[in-house]
Design a protein around this ligand. Sequence first.
Ligand code: SF4
Ligand code: SF4
Length: 462
Amino acid sequence: MSKLIATSQAPQSSGFRQFLNFFKADSLPHRVRLISGRYLTLRRIISWPLLLACFLTPWLTWNDLPLVHFDLVAKQFRMGTVIFWSEDLMVLTWAMLAGAFGLFFVAMVSGRLWCGFSCPQTVWTFLFIRLEEIIEGSRHKRLKMDRQPWSIEKVLRKSIKHISWISLSLWTGITFISYFYPLEVMAHDFGQSDLAGMGLFWILFLAVMTYLNAGFLREQVCTHMCPYSRFQSVMSDKSTLVVQYDEPRNDCIDCKVCIHVCPTDIDIRDGMQLACIACGACVDACDSIMEKINKPTGLIAFRPGESTMKEALDLKQRPRLVGYALAFLLSVSLIGFQVASRDVIQLSLERDRNSLYRINVNDEVENGFSLKMHNKTQQDMAVRLLITDNTQGFKISQKKFNIPAGQRQQFPLFISLPLPASGSSSALKLSSRTAINIEVIAEGIEQPINEMSTSFFTPNIQ
Ligand code: SF4
Ligand code: SF4
């Protein structure tokens, strides 16, 4: 096992200074070299589907509506046929818990794996570096051009690069905002020169942040701005896989390719560092060098921090890891349960606060209520109310209701019971309070879809 040196490299320059230095020929920013290998392939396998899903989803529709829409005005989140309303907040709670436990699990398995393979900061930074390489050439050519005085070619290449970065940033801003402000509406408003102020602000804000973070600040975000880097170390144990340099092997030829490819500009040969985002680029780089000089690969590799691979795979020794996995699975199960058990019609039956009961013109005891119904589906619904076990003959003032898709409606509702003749032996045995259960039946399918309970109050009759 390699000797571990706990170091944390000081930044070579602050983010803002680096941003300014970017334009100076005598103070060059870190130019990342892209290198192929298994970890680059793995990052592509993980990040490309995420990127495609992110950029394509706003273009997809379902029943002429956006497939995914966070509708802040209507306080609903629509995903295909499922609509989540503000009262379904528990789903969000379980989703956040699942995300947190999933992240804890991954961090304990292999440190900042999330940072290196799926974090938007890393994914967009690598996209920007790829554009830079296509337009300005390899790392060597980029460094050479940086040192050269300004020329027409240099101005042209740098201008094209920044135009491509700005275009990608704007596209990113539009894409993210389109989850809240559907593309069709946005395009219509833009055509009418009526793009909502807040919408325009957030598009430009996200575009500027993308341009600065992925184009200039890059590793400074990972090392100084991201809170995850600060607390992820408490989630690791001695068996967490971390990128390590195997110093005792003594095979290093000091080619420095592992530094050139590092997006956070560190030398992993100095030991484990907080800034390492576990992207595996230095592993790919060093493996390719070792293959060229006919030495075994793995001089830099993912290895357990302070134990052996056998110990790392022994789950009995890692109860915290098992706990995170179980908590993640439980949270995911609760999301599924919460979604499956959601009411399609949300009900609320509130009693008339002015009187418990009254005698109406038909000599019936009557209780007044306010019935609120919320159709949480995307289809209009016709429902009817049915009092279950109605041996006493309760009557409902209105039984049938039509609730348009996604609408909340409120109705006055009266439940009544004929007043028995005083002293009659056949009189219903009325107590002052009778429990009532009401089922809501969906017309067409004739199935109960929800139910509600209340009490019916009467005067005491002897
Ligand atoms: S040291 Fe290696 S794994 Fe860590 S960030 Fe740099 S290139 Fe990626
Ligand atoms: S890539 Fe490998 S051989 Fe080259 S400097 Fe880094 S550790 Fe040494």
